[in-house]
Write a protein that binds this ligand. Structure first.
Ligand code: DC
Length: 219
């Protein structure tokens, strides 16, 4: 069974996906980690992203995901990049790497393989719309940009001004919504949750109730 959670940057997808997955005994699968791991691999092997289309680099990459209890580990060619995924240089280059069609094809294939044998709560940008359009349950987690900026500021230990973070999120939203490959959209049949005035627990409880209702209706 697949439960997808899509939504804009900073809406809390990953946090609620992790909590919901524990509550219902599913695996939490973070799709952004796959794009980040490929980027970390390119950086550590000095591979220019612009060379990907005219080489067989991606055809020869092995991308693997393993779960150690509930912790996701993402490997490229046998190297575990889990600890590198949030490094600033990886974060900066991942948006560029993630619009490459060959990269997306590789990530999509890997995600679909994992879904064959696991019950997943999977968060990302194109999960319910493109990767798993027939996911049993789809959520779209929204949140006002000002509230997202406040949350991000706290995460970053108040190192940046609210205005700067809001600007960064605005640019990110525009980029995600308007990109030609897999733009961020509200997936068809998605249950929309606006988390602006909700705590994390309230969001997770709403999702949990929805999952219970779905299970009752389908058992
Ligand atoms: O959610 P994140 O910040 O870890 O995502 C990293 C990058 O990968 C970001 O540029 C968006 C992209 N991404 C995507 O295009 N599709 C997904 N399903 C998940 C992430």
């Amino acid at each position: 069974m697949i439960i997808s959670i899509d939504g804009p940057a900073g809406s809390g997808k990953s946090t609620v996906a992790s909590l919901l997955s524990k509550k219902i005994g599913f695996i939490h699968f973070n799709s952004g980690s796959l794009y980040r791991a490929i980027t970390a691999h390119l950086i550590s092997n000095d591979i220019d992203v612009n060379t990907l289309d005219n080489s067989s680099i991606l055809e020869n990459i092995s991308l693997e995901v393993k779960f150690d209890n509930t912790v996701q580990h993402t490997y490229v060619n046998g190297v575990d990049y889990t600890n590198d995924l949030r490094k600033p240089n990886v974060s900066t280059l991942t948006p560029v790497v993630s619009v490459n069609k060959k990269v997306r094809a590789l990530v999509d294939k890997t995600q679909r393989e994992i879904a064959k044998n696991n019950n997943l709560v999977i968060d990302g940008r194109d999960i319910g719309s493109y990767v798993f359009p027939s996911a049993e349950i789809k959520f779209y987690l929204d949140c006002d940009i000002k509230e997202r900026a406040k949350r991000r500021q706290k995460e970053l230990n108040n190192k940046y001004s609210l205005k700067d973070i809001e600007k960064m999120l605005f640019e990110r939203d525009e980029y995600d919504k308007n990109k030609k490959v897999a733009p961020l959209i509200i997936p068809k049949n998605a249950f929309i949750i606006d988390s602006t005035n909700l705590t994390i627990e309230q969001v997770v409880n709403k999702m949990f109730t929805h999952v219970k209702q779905f299970k009752l209706a389908h058992n």
